[in-house]
Design a protein around this ligand. Structure first.
Ligand SMILES: O=P(O)(O)OC[C@H]1O[C@H](O[C@H]2O[C@H](CO)[C@@H](O)[C@H](O)[C@H]2O)[C@H](O)[C@@H](O)[C@@H]1O
Length: 347
């Protein structure tokens, strides 16, 4: 196996703050929209994205046993998770690809199973639940198909909450709650067209339009062609300094140079749910990719809740727990619901 292949190997009370957004949009989204441009720290990160393809490979942090000690299984350590969450309002954040659905070659076929949908539905009956994805919001909604959830698409740059009547009903068009990168829509469309044309000569390369960001997929590109593809992407982006390049799982992500990522989306949602500066909230974020690290870091810095990395191999991460694959995510969600049900019955 090559080093590249290794990558793949409390029931919310009705009156409680949090089931609905409190202001539209909360101040954090307005601030980001007003600031518009990327901060110097993010600019540095964009510059660092000029590294080699090896950057796309998760680095082995240390020996597996040590890693598991630092990032224990959220299933084996379930009782510790429960103890930490005791008396607090759990808020669930779920990444989509690689977390709720297995990684597959064709992004359009990354469906989630009915069993996984049931598990997510069950969690959302007890806790505010959000899907936080790099996909465009409509696309990820079409995969998940649960109208009662919050959705943060385009790496958190397109956030929308459920409406009261949308529960168990077909989702309707609703007021968008937070779109801090809306001014970038025309440029993203322009770059989408340019990248589609430029990369057409590389067999297997595809460009996915995720509305406020783009994904250039190379999972089906011969490894010898990866560098050429990256060069092509970079040459297009030279003309667009307001965009930056980041990496995911066999994908190059192009997004606006604003300081807004999945971590900001998590903070925005907590604020919108009425939990800004609250000590009584226990956010759980489950994700498998580099972009999820932004959310893990926010939780680590807050000192509240837990991040759970979905991975079969050790990776550098700010998450505190781990799960090996989507089937374990499903099991974890079921356990959480079961324990909530038994607590509610006891009370
Ligand atoms: O934040 P996420 O929900 O995890 O989305 C991140 C990217 O996921 C998708 O790409 C990944 O999954 C594909 C399907 O399994 C796989 O073919 C691809 O190699 C992975 O990178 C999605 O297609 C991208 O647009 C998302 O940005």
């Amino acid at each position: 196996m090559t080093k590249h292949a290794a990558e793949d190997a409390a029931v919310a009370a009705p009156a409680q703050p949090g089931r609905r957004f409190t202001s539209y949009p909360p101040s954090s989204c307005r601030r980001a929209a007003a600031q518009g441009r990327m901060d110097p720290g993010a600019a540095g990160a964009a510059a660092r994205a000029t590294g080699s393809w090896l950057d796309a490979v998760p680095r082995r942090a240390e020996h597996d046993d040590d890693w598991m000690e630092k990032h224990p299984s959220a299933l084996a350590g379930f009782e510790s998770v429960l103890a930490a969450a005791k008396g607090k309002q759990v808020v669930m954040f779920l990444d989509y690809d690689g977390t709720l659905s297995p990684i597959v070659k064709d992004p359009d076929t990354a469906v989630m199973t009915e069993e996984m949908r049931d598990a997510v539905r069950g969690v959302a009956e007890h806790f505010p639940t959000a899907i936080v994805s790099g996909r465009c919001r409509d696309k990820v909604f079409n995969f998940v198909k649960l109208a009662e959830l919050y959705y943060a698409g385009s790496h958190g740059m397109d956030i929308k909450g459920p409406t009261p009547e949308s529960k168990h009903a077909k989702a309707k068009a609703e007021a968008v709650l937070c779109q801090p990168a809306s001014e970038f829509l025309p440029v993203i469309d322009e770059v989408y067209r340019a990248l589609t044309a430029t990369t057409a000569a590389i067999p297997g390369a595809t460009v996915e339009n995720n509305k406020f960001c783009l994904s250039v997929h190379f999972r089906c590109v011969q490894e010898e062609k990866w560098s050429a593809l990256e060069e092509q992407v970079r040459s297009v982006l030279k003309e667009f300094p307001d965009l930056r390049l980041t990496r995911g799982r066999k994908v190059l992500e192009i997004r606006p140079s604003i300081k807004w990522d999945k971590g900001n989306a998590l903070q925005f949602l907590l604020e919108a749910l009425g939990f800004a500066d609250s000590n009584n909230v226990f956010p759980i974020y489950i994700g498998d990719d580099r972009t999820d690290e932004d959310a893990f870091k926010v939780l680590r810095d807050m000192g509240q809740g837990i991040g759970i990395l979905v991975s079969k191999i050790p990776k550098e991460t700010s998450a505190s727990y781990s799960l090996r694959e989507p089937s374990e995510v499903k099991e974890f969600l079921h356990k959480l619901v079961k324990s909530k049900q038994s607590t509610t019955q006891r009370d």
